[in-house]
Unconditional design. Sequence first.
Length: 178
Amino acid sequence: MVDPILRGKNTLAIEDDRQMRLLIRNLLYMLGASDVVEASDGAEALSIVKSFRPHMIVCDLMMKPMSGLEFVRRLRGDKANQARFVPVIMVTAHADLDNVALARDAGVTEFMAKPLSAAGLEKRIQRMFNDPRPFVLVDDFVGPDRRRRRANGDFGGRERRMAPPQLIPVDAAGARLG
């Protein structure tokens, strides 16, 4: 049997629809999560991450009163938040290019369209943990590097990164800090 990808990991599921939240919770447990804490919107989730340290977060895009995008922006922007660099998978039934770009620019790690499948979720989680992207810290963005590595490692740009994925602080011009 293959070792479940989430074995021993804590997760946070943020979804306003109760049935979808239960589905996400059950999928996360099926993939080996040791603990799944649930929130019904971004504001509740921000309160939860003050005392609960998840290894990953699955978050719906459109919720009220605080959307998933606003949650991610606040999470990534809060220097004191212990979960600031936790990977976030954004899920939505509104997977148009504009929403994908908004999620990417907010600092989301992965993006998935609903309906969710166990295989699709597992694939995204494996990519997050087995091939993580470095985090970028600049004035107007905190999150995983928005560029995906090419299979041959050739980035073709002056900001090519040869180091293994790690936290890489950069300034607004893209130059490494420190």
